[in-house]
Design a protein. Structure first.
Length: 130
């Protein structure tokens, strides 16, 4: 296996309103907190937010294409969300291999930050590469 503890991969993506709408159409999640300015004003967020699972696709895209890369299988992910992502925010995902066990399971720390450097989400994923 060519994956080593300490390896890092990063990617950035700007999540716009069209992406949020496409995600809603794909999943059926039309919660007004994602679209309706008036509704969102009356929430803790004060304006529409991006779906959390849409943000995590930035991480899973890195899993599939870079670290561990093609042939990897996503087995588990313990993730915590700390701040919302608003429409048109650019998010940076950083992955770091933190362990590889005897079953060749790869443990990856996943962190997403916004343009201000705030941690949006943080977690540890377990993958296997075939």
């Amino acid at each position: 296996m060519d994956i080593k503890v300490g390896q890092i991969a990063t990617a950035k993506k700007t999540f716009d309103k069209d992406m949020v709408l496409s995600f809603a159409q794909l999943t059926g999640d039309f919660n007004p907190v994602h679209f309706d300015e008036e509704y969102a004003k009356n929430t803790i967020f004060k304006k529409p937010i991006v779906h959390g699972p849409l943000v995590i696709t930035l991480v899973t895209t890195l899993f599939a294409n870079e670290l561990p890369g093609p042939g990897s299988v996503y087995l588990a992910h313990d993730v915590k969300y700390f701040h919302p992502v608003y429409h048109n925010e650019t998010i940076t995902a950083t992955l770091e291999v933190i362990d590889i066990n005897e079953k060749h399971h790869i443990f990856i720390k996943t962190t997403c930050t916004n343009e201000d450097g705030k941690v949006i989400l943080d977690g540890v994923a377990r993958l296997k590469k075939y």
